[in-house]
Design a protein around this ligand. Structure first.
Ligand code: XIL
Length: 376
């Protein structure tokens, strides 16, 4: 928590009240001939899949802001707020609401005709410290008013991560539920409760339960899959109004993977009647080759194998990456903070730090071309 908080401030996330303005066309770098084919968003849309990525308004203020904006305009049909809608940002103090970053993100999306995914309403992490000092009744009130206030302010957001990362085996609590203010105050019912409030506020928005670490073919992945599936079954029995199960899919090359096995897990959830979303896909390349060309090919192969295994599942209607350019990835920011002098830097995404397409971009494009069109 502390490390993440520091990262937020190190990135210079200053919630500015200035609304984003349209960039003059001259500031947008022209596409080279090789790059002018259909965008990832367009290929995905032709198959009935919504494609996009997480987006940080702070990146627009960097010298490379115009290029950052360009790749999102080109490829992303939906933006996930990487930081702007988290409680830590929206409620820096108990009596303060700061919507400036979220408003700016909404303005950018509106100008470019993009949708926005609301990430995230309730999470037992990335919260301001002051919520840990509230009593149970106050936490319950916060949960309700927070969901109401944020959803009512952004009716254009048609898909919400209502609860993020409910599982945390390291906390060793019943059901492997993740510790935090909401669980402490309300027990497991904080999850169903959040969805009930969200449904009441917006009866037609897509309500998503989002989880991490379910992908790997090791004990950790198995524990996450078993605990999460058991939780989803309990929520279904209780009638919690969940439309979609989101799986983050931060792939870490230090772990073993068996993507067909992960696809079988997704199919099991789909069989329960839920839609699915891949919500935060990226590839941490830390265990791959040092040679950049070789590493880029290896990362591309992982995107190809992963998407080849999961995209045939018709229930997956949304695919979002966690950022699109290497140097704007949380993996990159963490690496710079943890290993300041290092030459090797992470290359987890489809664009490099010059906003050029990498082999991963083409692997994603090919996987989208190859996937079956959605039935409905
Ligand atoms: C991360 C952001 O990328 C970081 O910049 C921030 O410091 C911490 O949060 N799972 C999630 C995301 O659901 O919200 C996290 O985003 C990455 C892991």
């Amino acid at each position: 928590m502390r490390a993440r908080y520091l990262q937020l401030s190190r990135r210079g996330f200053i919630a500015s009240a200035v609304a984003a303005t349209a960039l003059p066309p001259a500031m947008v770098a022209p596409l080279s001939a090789a790059e002018s084919g259909p965008s990832l968003g367009a290929i995905a849309a032709s198959k009935g899949l919504l494609f996009g990525a997480s987006f940080s308004t702070a990146e627009l203020d960097q010298p490379y802001g115009p290029d950052y904006a360009r790749i999102y305009r080109d490829d992303a049909r939906v933006l996930t707020a990487e930081l702007e809608l988290k409680m830590l940002i929206l409620r820096p103090a108990a009596d303060t609401l700061d919507f400036s970053g979220a408003d700016r993100l909404m303005a950018f999306a509106r100008e470019n005709g993009q949708g926005v995914r609301g990430h995230t309403l309730i999470w037992n992490d990335n919260n301001p410290d002051w919520i840990n000092r509230l009593g149970p009744g106050e936490v319950e009130y916060l949960l309700e008013t927070h969901i109401e206030t944020v959803m009512e302010r952004y009716p254009d957001i048609r898909s919400w991560d209502v609860v993020n990362e409910p599982i945390g085996p390291w906390d060793q609590l019943p059901g492997n539920l993740r510790k935090g203010a909401f669980l402490t105050a309300l027990g497991e019912s904080y999850i169903a409760r959040s969805f009930e409030v969200a449904r009441r506020v917006d009866p037609t928005a897509e309500l998503v339960l989002n989880e991490a670490q379910t992908e790997s073919a090791d004990e950790n992945g198995q524990t996450f899959r078993d605990s999460f599936l058991a939780l989803v079954r309990r929520l279904k029995d209780r009638g919690a109004p969940i439309d979609t199960i989101g799986l983050q899919c931060h792939i870490d090359t230090k772990r073993p993977y068996d993507f067909p096995r992960f696809a079988a897990f997704l199919a099991e959830i789909a069989d329960m009647g839920y839609r699915l979303a891949i919500t935060e896909l990226d590839v941490n390349d830390r265990a791959l080759s040092s040679d950049i060309k070789a590493r880029d090919r290896e990362v591309a192969a992982i995107y190809r194998d992963f998407l080849g295994a999961v995209l045939p599942i018709d229930a997956i209607k949304t695919l979002t990456l966690w950022q699109m350019a290497d140097h704007t990835s949380w993996i990159y920011y963490d690496d710079v903070r943890e290993n300041p002098g290092r030459k090797r830097r992470p290359r987890p995404l489809p664009y490099d730090s010059k906003f050029q397409k990498k082999p991963a971009w083409f692997a994603i494009a090919e996987a989208l071309e190859a996937m079956p069109a959605r039935l409905k």
